[in-house]
Design a protein around this ligand. Structure first.
Ligand code: 13P
Length: 253
């Protein structure tokens, strides 16, 4: 349905070491060739420089896991979008559920982070998703629409430059994946919301995340509005991540 390239992004979360990163990226580089889809790895901030060097000349793009909502200044511990850009960062996750949950990030903060990324020429991967409680209360659509609306509102015509990741919180790290139908239903809602905001909605990649693995990726990626994956645990093993990339390529329009 879409001609755009699929995007498979690995989110390493707070995992890795100089040695483990080098081994993982070597494994990816050995197996990746020239993929028909886009590939990125979102690494912990201390490893941006290391991974920038290790992915140079390969098909793997560098991504960060978070960015400050501020441009510069007295914000101890934060990394600005310009700093991420300095290391060749192509994408940055904003509003991951772990940031929303453990660091109290509001929709407004997430929208401001997306804005900083866009201003620095970095593509924000805006994460949205409902908790199990919200799903069971029938609030899934309302929750993801509210989360995305804040980003649309703050970013105007730039909205066509974002990537959206639907990550149901109950599927993250639990081994409990959304069914392809459940994921597609939410993706269709997000696509319609984007279409109301921009004529370019068709080119916005909508990723699914939440226990995506080598075994279930192909079915998820075959859905018309699933344009890629945001992969946690399975991105830490080269063989698994390569299989997900292969699944994306065979689903490439
Ligand atoms: P898992 O793939 O480990 O469930 O993590 C998903 C996720 O949160 C990616 O951002």
């Amino acid at each position: 349905m879409t001609e755009k390239k699929k995007l498979i992004a690995g989110n390493w979360k707070m995992n890795g070491s100089l040695q483990a990163n080098a081994a993982l990226l070597q494994g990816l580089r050995d197996g990746i060739g020239q993929p028909a889809c886009n590939v990125a790895v979102a690494v912990p901030a201390p490893y941006l420089a290391q991974v920038q060097a290790l992915v140079a000349g390969s098909a793997i793009a560098l991504a960060a896991q978070d960015v400050s909502q501020h441009e510069a200044g007295a914000f101890t511990g934060e990394s600005s979008a310009a700093m991420l850009r300095d290391f060749g960062t192509r994408y940055v996750l904003v509003g991951h559920s772990e940031r929303r949950q453990y660091h109290g990030e509001s929709d407004a903060v997430v929208a401001a982070k997306a804005k900083q990324a866009l201003a620095a020429g970095i593509t924000p991967i805006v994460c949205v998703g409902e908790t199990l409680e919200q799903r069971e209360a029938g609030q899934t659509e309302a929750v993801v629409k509210r989360q995305l609306a804040a980003v649309i509102q703050a970013n105007g015509h730039c909205i066509s430059e974002i990537v959206v990741a639907y990550e149901p919180v109950w599927a993250i790290g639990t081994g409990r994946t959304a069914t392809p139908e459940q994921a597609q239903a939410v993706h269709a809602v997000l696509r319609a919301q984007l279409a109301a905001a921009t004529a370019q909605a068709g080119r916005i990649a909508l990723l699914y995340g939440g226990s995506m693995n080598a075994a279930n990726a192909a079915q998820l990626l075959a859905q018309p509005d699933i344009d890629g994956g945001l992969v946690g645990g399975a991105s830490l093993k080269a063989a698994d991540f390569l299989q997900i990339i292969a699944a994306a390529q065979s689903n490439q329009a």
